[in-house]
Design a protein around this ligand. Sequence first.
Ligand SMILES: [Zn+2]
Length: 294
Amino acid sequence: MRYFGSVAFFRHLIILALLLMAVLSGKYLIDVFIRKEPPEIKKERVSDLQYDKKSLSESDGTPQNRPPSFSYQSAYSELYGAAGQERELQDGVVYLTFDDGPSKYTPAFLDLLKKHGVQATFFLVGTNVQRYPSVVRRIKSEGHAIGVHTYSHKYLQIYMNVDSYLKDFSMAKDAIYRATGDRCAIFRFPGGSINVFNSRIYGELTAEMLRRGFKFYDWNVSAGDAVKKTIKKNIIDNVANNVRRDQPNIVLMHDTSELSLTSLEQIILRLKKENYIFKALGNEDRPITFTHIK
Ligand SMILES: [Zn+2]
């Protein structure tokens, strides 16, 4: 019996066709699911390489040892601070700092500080400065220090990249200048200089802000007054139990609630009883900043 045309021949032909289909569809699946880069991206990479080659040949062969420069460094040409000569913060001194204001509570904070003869520092949010410009002028006229705490205070927006931070900072600094005539050189990062929102850019961002002559302050004592469902006793204890005589104490509080306000009076009274003195931060003071721990 002849093999060609026989039942066995057709059976083998079908098996062969099925095998061929399996191989081809396997190759297709590999293309779709495993190969990560579509051909178009590969093409772009090739043109990048050609571009690099071109710029290298134009640099007449000398090695490129210049420090890196980034486009944001030449942007915002007015945005420079004038932080003065460094002066050590004093051990045992309490530097009260209030973030996120001014708010409707700030005048009462100012009354309280005046009543006890205490000087403090206010890190202001630009939108609130525009809302309460006369309060900002009062903060200044009563001898307190003023720093920038961004314009929008929107973490996702300001920490998107260095340029978006600078843009926001510039607006906040301008708002304070319009209210007081002062050009701030000190500031505080929302969430502190190292936080989960800026972890990708904080090195680059702090370097750029320092290069521009601005000085930022973190804190080493936190009142925890912005913590949900906290109580007055905890706020007072968080401060009074953590200030020390062998360090400058930068205390983080907020001038945005009744609870912070009533806690503040107790904090001042308790620390005064323990003979602590209070001061405002200045452009010259060496800042306290967080240390990155890996
Ligand atoms: Zn804040």
